[in-house]
Design a protein around this ligand. Structure first.
Ligand SMILES: C[S@@+](CC[C@H](N)C(=O)[O-])C[C@H]1O[C@@H](n2cnc3c(N)ncnc32)[C@H](O)[C@@H]1O
Length: 235
């Protein structure tokens, strides 16, 4: 088990309990409910399912969904909360144990910024998607990283200067007892998706609902959705 997964292993209980109380998590769910109101009979992979809340949502809207995660402790949380769910232990840093073109939707919520390496994962997501199938990813917005607020002459916070945006870097958070994030600029994700034959359908960068850092107008999460192109379209 890699170091990041060991952190999630320790964080599982606190994460599950905390998310159930968290307004940002509820807003995240609202975005998903709006984008995916019903999926009868659709094959869905919830990649990095955590304590299973989205796996359960897709099951309830009619999908044939598998939730997979690399942390046994997180999977125990999921199985205890959602006994009707199908949960499997899968390391997203390895090849996925699923057949080509199996899924209509690969759903990956708040996971990519937790992974040290995502190049091959995008290829794997594209491989297991049906042609025309969709990849949905939510991440902590790459602009929601340490920076200093610029203030106008009245002390009003007007913009945040990130300490670093364009390059990739790793940062330790106190979140849930200590987790690691891998910052990458938006272009990094978009280029990976394009190289994997995925076409962008849409992005959302809603502002933080709870005035994170006491400022409105800054996004906390980034939501992106891609469609897998057919071989002819991808050329
Ligand atoms: C922030 S949580 C998100 C969980 C869930 N998707 C949600 O939205 O509540 C990140 C999840 O990624 C999982 N994860 C981290 N590294 C992983 C890896 N290499 N393979 C599989 N899962 C991993 C963690 O165990 C954790 O459940």
């Amino acid at each position: 088990m890699n170091q990041v997964l060991e952190q999630w292993e320790r964080a599982a209980q606190a994460y599950a309990a905390g998310q159930e109380q968290n307004k940002n998590a509820r807003d995240n769910m609202a975005v998903v409910q709006r984008r995916f109101p019903a999926m009868p009979g659709c094959a869905v992979l919830d990649a990095g399912c955590g304590y299973g809340v989205f796996t359960d949502y897709f099951r309830r809207i009619g999908a044939d969904v598998i939730g997979c995660d690399g942390s046994p402790a997180m999977l125990r949380q999921a199985r205890a909360r959602y006994p009707e769910g199908a949960f499997e232990q899968v390391d997203l840093q390895q090849s996925l144990p699923y057949a080509d073109e199996r899924f209509d939707l690969v759903f990956c919520n708040q996971v990519l910024m937790d992974l040290p390496e995502i190049e091959s994962l995008f290829d794997e997501f594209a491989r297991v998607l049906k042609t025309g199938g969709r990849l949905f990813c939510a991440i902590v917005h790459p602009a929601a990283y340490p920076g200093e607020w610029l203030e106008d002459e009245h002390g009003v916070k007007i913009a945040r200067m990130l300490r670093s945006y364009a390059r990739e870097y790793q940062i330790q958070h106190d979140f849930c007892g200590g987790t690691t994030h891998f910052h990458r600029p938006i272009s990094y994700y978009c280029n990976l998706a394009a190289q994997s034959g995925l076409c962008l359908i849409g992005m959302e960068e809603p502002c933080a609902a709870d005035d994170t850092d006491n400022i409105s107008g800054m996004p906390l999460f980034l939501y992106a959705e891609w469609r897998k192109l057919g071989a002819a379209e991808a050329e």
